[in-house]
Ligand binder design. Structure first.
Ligand code: CP
Length: 301
């Protein structure tokens, strides 16, 4: 059976446990045996950490990797996504890691390919989902010593345009988080009724009160036509993680950011490299999580 990773909702609880458990083993130094196959990284939107970590994970397993980017591919000449994928499959590609600007692009591609033996991995589609980021965020929190069941977490910033927030909330609520709070400028909050598993907070200080961890989010200007909130300094003052705000959080609390970080906007410049930051740990664990993901994908085939 061909497996896909399309969004958190389509993973069953056993798959989530397998992926997080294996990522934890790999992060603790477990070795992995090699597999055969070709993976295509099809990135139709910019990326540093997701694209490179999928590439490193694939190479670690002995897989061949091809990297395809929008400007160097025939997508720029009008080829449909499904035809690009069929072309790759005809060359023996067994898995496509897709980043795409449109919501649901990964699921639509998986269904357009029907019974073709190609696993689709959603590496971020529009503002819909970024499931491997959510899995690596959960793995990072667990590796840092947090019990995910019972966790109190805040997500602050541009929630509305964030596929990371949607996937994190979907995953961490399934894993038993006690409370997930969201806060941000009114224009960056989701529509009423969306993300109902999360509690809306009126300001960042209330959101951070007593939390175990906070995930700070970038203003995703690429997903909005225009925004009144373009002043980074004003955003930082009202919604940023400052030295004072971190100081008011519990001593054990940590902060995360999916990256890329705009220093001095979402997080004070001086804090980004602090020992309470898990930002580079997310990147490190991300390689292990994506290695586990390829094993899961290939071993089912
Ligand atoms: N977190 C994340 O998706 O980062 P990139 O856009 O650099 O891949």
């Amino acid at each position: 059976m061909t497996r896909h990773l399309l969004d958190i909702g389509r993973l069953d609880q056993a798959d989530i446990a397998t992926l997080l458990g294996r990522a934890a083993e790999l992060a603790a130094g477990a070795s992995c045996s090699t597999r055969a196959g070709i993976v295509a990284n099809l990135f139709l939107e910019p990326s540093t950490r997701t694209r490179v970590s999928f590439q490193i994970a694939a190479r670690r397993l002995g897989l061949d990797v091809v990297n395809i980017e929008q400007q160097h591919s025939s997508a720029s000449k009008g080829e449909s996504l499904a035809d690009t994928a069929r072309t790759l499959a005809a060359m023996g590609v067994g898995a496509i890691v897709l980043r795409h600007p449109e919501d649901f692009a990964a699921a639509e591609l998986a269904s357009a390919l029907g019974g073709a033996d190609v696993g689709i991995v959603n590496a971020g589609d529009g503002q819909h989902a970024h499931p491997s980021q959510a899995l690596l965020d959960a793995a990072t929190l667990a590796h840092a010593g947090f019990e995910l069941a019972g966790l109190t977490l805040a997500i602050v910033g541009d929630i509305r345009h964030s596929r990371v927030a949607r996937s994190d909330i979907a995953l961490l609520s399934r894993l038993g988080a006690a409370e997930i709070r969201i806060a941000g400028p009114e224009e960056f909050m989701p529509d009423a009724g969306e993300l109902s598993e999360a509690i809306r907070m009126p300001d960042i200080d209330t959101a951070l009160d007593g939390v175990d961890a906070v995930i700070c989010l970038r203003i995703q200007r690429e997903r909005m036509a225009a925004s009144g909130y373009l002043d980074g300094a004003a955003f930082h003052q009202r919604w940023g993680l400052t030295v004072e705000r971190l100081g008011a959080m519990p001593g054990h609390a940590r902060f995360l950011h999916p990256g890329p970080v705009n220093r001095g906007v979402e997080i004070a410049d001086a804090l980004v490299d602090s020992p309470r930051a898990l930002i580079l740990e997310q990147v490190r664990i991300g390689v292990h999580l994506r290695t586990a993901l390829f094993e899961w994908l290939i071993d089912a085939a």
